[in-house]
Ligand binder design. Structure first.
Ligand code: G6P
Ligand code: MG
Length: 220
């Protein structure tokens, strides 16, 4: 079997289910501003940085805010988000993820993180997965948010590998686009109708093992 040399995982929605927490925190800010904000709108914010997410919400409400106001709003959103995620424990790891990470390590594949979140180090620590990642790239290290490929390209670079030697796991439309723009084979985790740009879409990582790579054109 031909295997990739590494896997690069998104965090939110792939390793831990923080999507509802982001939604609750954004929704409270949108409500204060009288902006209608739905779970479908939230879907479009997956993978998008905090500031860019705020700008997209303001655009829904046709509102304009100064940089200082945006800073204050995103700080409030993050305070609410951090309050929710501060209660996270290893029980919040999505089904199959821990087992899959161990399967990859045993097979000699490197494992990296490629997340837009500045809270990634806190979350990985809270769920006890920090040590399983050889390389961690998160929102604190990048200047362009997904769908720009920077986060994954930096990850591949730190792994010392070419994008074609790595597989990206992503639940966000913008994340799949980032992976493909960077030249990475990509497994979408979620709904095929949303993630159709991925090379393969699986509903979750439950029971995931090395046979997943055979289903990718570049490793078949
Ligand atoms: C991830 C999430 C987004 C979030 C972004 C920034 O990509 O999918 O919903 O906006 O990270 O997260 P942060 O924790 O830095 O606000
Ligand atoms: Mg995600």
């Amino acid at each position: 079997m031909i295997l990739p040399k590494a896997c690069i995982f998104d965090l939110d929605g792939v390793i831990v289910d923080t999507v509802p927490a982001h939604y609750i925190a954004w929704k409270s800010i949108a409500d204060e501003l009288n902006i209608p904000f739905t779970e479908q709108d939230n879907e479009q914010l997956k993978g998008v940085s905090r500031v860019d997410s705020m700008k997209r919400i303001l655009a829904i409400g046709n509102l304009e805010k100064s940089d200082e106001e945006i800073e204050a709003l995103t700080t409030r959103k993050n305070d609410r988000y951090v309050e929710i995620i501060s209660k996270m424990t290893p029980a919040d790891i999505l089904p199959g993820v821990r087992e899959f990470l161990h399967v990859l390590a045993k097979a000699g594949l490197k494992v990296a993180l490629g997340s837009s979140s500045k809270n990634a180090p806190t979350i990985l620590k809270a769920v006890g997965l920090s040590d399983l990642f050889q390389v961690k790239v998160d929102g604190n290290h990048i200047s362009h948010s997904k769908p720009h490929p920077e986060v994954f390209l930096l990850g591949a670079d730190r792994l010392g590998l070419h994008p074609s030697e790595c597989v990206v796991f992503e639940d966000a439309i913008s994340g799949v686009q980032a992976a493909k723009r960077g030249g990475f084979p990509c497994v979408g985790v979620g709904l095929p109708e949303l993630l159709h740009e991925a090379d393969l879409v699986v509903p979750d990582l439950k029971d995931a093992d090395l046979t997943i790579f055979k289903r990718l054109p570049s490793f078949a």
